[in-house]
Structures are given as C-alpha cells and as structure tokens.
Design a protein around this ligand. Structure first.
Ligand code: ADP
Length: 266
C-alpha cells in the first residue's frame, strides 16, 4: 500500500547530540548482548540518557537482561518504550505475539522496516547515547544500519578464540566497506580467574581481540583500538538471567570494572 513519505530518523538530524553505537559480532554467544546491557547500565548510572534498540532477531535477550517486562505503549502515533534501570529499551521480541516462543522469521526488507520504525516511531526523547544490539554475522541488518544511521559507530565484540576473531573481523570489514566508523573492539570471556590462586585460565585461548583490532586497523587504514578485555564471571551471567546488570550489582568486580572503564572511555 501507499505509506506516504517516511518519518525522519531524529538521530540523523543535523545537530543531533546522540551518539549511536551499533554493537556487532561475527557469531552468536560471544556476549554481545551482555556487553551492550552492561555498557548501557554503566552509562545510565553515570547520568547519561541512554536507549537500547534490541535488533538481534535471533537472540533478542535485552529485555530479560534488563528485567524490562512491560510491552511498549502507544501514545498518538508514537511508541513509548519501556524503561528499566533508567534505560529506554525497545526489542524485536516486544512485537511478537504474546503466546509466542515461536521463532521470529524476518526477511531483509521486514527487518529494515522494523529498524526504521524503532528509530523513527519510538519516543526516545533527547538521548545522549543509543546502543543497537545487532544480530550476529554480516547480514542485511548491517547494510540497513549503514543506510539508516550513517553516523553510527561500530563496536565489535569477540572472544579470544581465533575462529571467533576471524568472523568478527569479517563483520567489522563490512562496516569498513559501508564507510562506517569503528569505535573499537571489545574482547569478552577473556579469561577465567582461578578460584584458588591468582592465575588466569585462558578458556577460549588468547589474542582474538587484539587480532581483530589489528586487522581492522589495516583494513581501515586508521587505528581501531582494543577497548578492553572482560573476564568470565558467573555473576555476569546470573545478572543477565535475573535482569540485574553486574555493573550495578557489583560494580567493583573485575568484569564490571572493565565494562565500566570501556563505557567511560567511549
Ligand atoms: P550474544 O549476544 O553474543 O549471543 P550473550 O550476551 O547472550 O551473547 O551471552 C551468551 C551467554 O554467555 C549468556 O548466558 C551470558 O550470560 C553469558 N556471558 C556473556 N559474557 C559473559 C562473561 N564475561 N562471563 C560469564 N558469562 C558470560
């Protein structure tokens, strides 16, 4: 049908003061959503106005990780996002039928339209930071983000594992092709602190984050920094399951301290 002209995306307006970060990873399960939620919570706790778009159609785990149980409401032609831990959050999962644990099957054009709706039809107010949790991989959504949000900066999340690093590098190089800025690389699950001594156990190997940062630096011809290395911490996982980000419940734990330092440096 005839939809008429598309609404403008506020973050693209000249003079918009919102920094937009798109959090990407080569594959699932590397902790992209956990990192997104903890960066957002850390920024919100430091007084910034923060929003998250959960565009991870396969995972869409952000609402659970934030304990955001409500659905968005509609006020006139705007969608009001639920707020949890002072973070406005909108998720593809909030637009599924309520009974459904049915997997969401999205095609590229649908996803692109959903992304536009999340950006233009949601009442975000004056945000300092908007974080987008992208689906893993180098799919259509990466292209959509590049077109819809040319000013977005990419954050690449990887584990230390070399196989993961390779696919993360591919995800990052898509951003390079679409001329997006890459803010940096975050290595997650970097080590497990030995419960009995000071040693660090390299569960997933070593070096993946630095390898991705170096490769992207070469591809872009501009320095892409490794922003931090987040250790494995069972409480980070538990915090995610309970809707309480670790940076808020135990901010001085090594994993939370690293995430807060990354958030502060962005
Ligand atoms: P992705 O978004 O990349 O698919 P998630 O953030 O959903 O990954 O993380 C996958 C699983 O690993 C989740 O159960 C999460 O709680 C856990 N996890 C992520 N990072 C860590 C970490 N540093 N320490 C312990 N568990 C983690």
């Amino acid at each position: 049908g005839n939809r008429g002209p598309e609404k403008e995306i506020p973050f693209n307006q000249p003079g918009s003061l919102t920094r937009v970060f798109a959090v990407a990873s080569g594959k699932g399960g590397v902790g992209k959503s956990s990192v997104t939620v903890n960066l957002a919570a850390s920024m919100a706790a430091s007084g910034l106005k923060v929003g998250i778009v959960d565009a991870d159609i396969y995972g869409h785990s952000i609402p659970r990780m934030l304990g955001a149980a409500e659905r968005p409401t509609k006020v006139e032609d705007m969608i009001m996002p639920p707020v949890a831990h002072d973070i406005k959050v909108i998720s593809v999962g909030m637009f599924k039928p309520p009974e459904g644990n049915t997997p969401v099957v999205w095609r590229g054009p649908m996803l692109d339209r959903a992304l536009h709706q999340f950006l233009a039809d949601v009442y975000w107010g004056d945000l300092d930071v908007l974080l987008l949790d992208l689906p893993p991989g180098t799919g259509d959504i990466a292209i959509s983000v590049a077109q819809r949000l040319p000013g977005a900066e990419i954050l690449v999340v990887t584990t230390p594992q070399m196989a993961a690093a390779e696919v993360a590098e591919r995800a990052g190089s898509i951003a390079a092709q679409t001329h997006q800025q890459i803010a940096g690389v975050i290595e997650n699950m970097s080590w497990l602190p030995c419960p009995h001594c000071d040693e660090r156990i390299s569960v997933f190997g070593e070096g993946g984050g630095q390898t991705v940062a170096d490769a992207l630096t070469r591809i872009l011809g501009a320095r892409v920094p490794l922003l931090g290395q987040v250790p494995i911490d069972m409480r980070l996982r538990e915090g995610g399951d309970e809707g309480k980000p670790l940076v808020l419940t135990d901010p001085d734990s090594p994993a939370a301290a690293e995430l807060r330092s990354i958030a502060g440096a962005l």
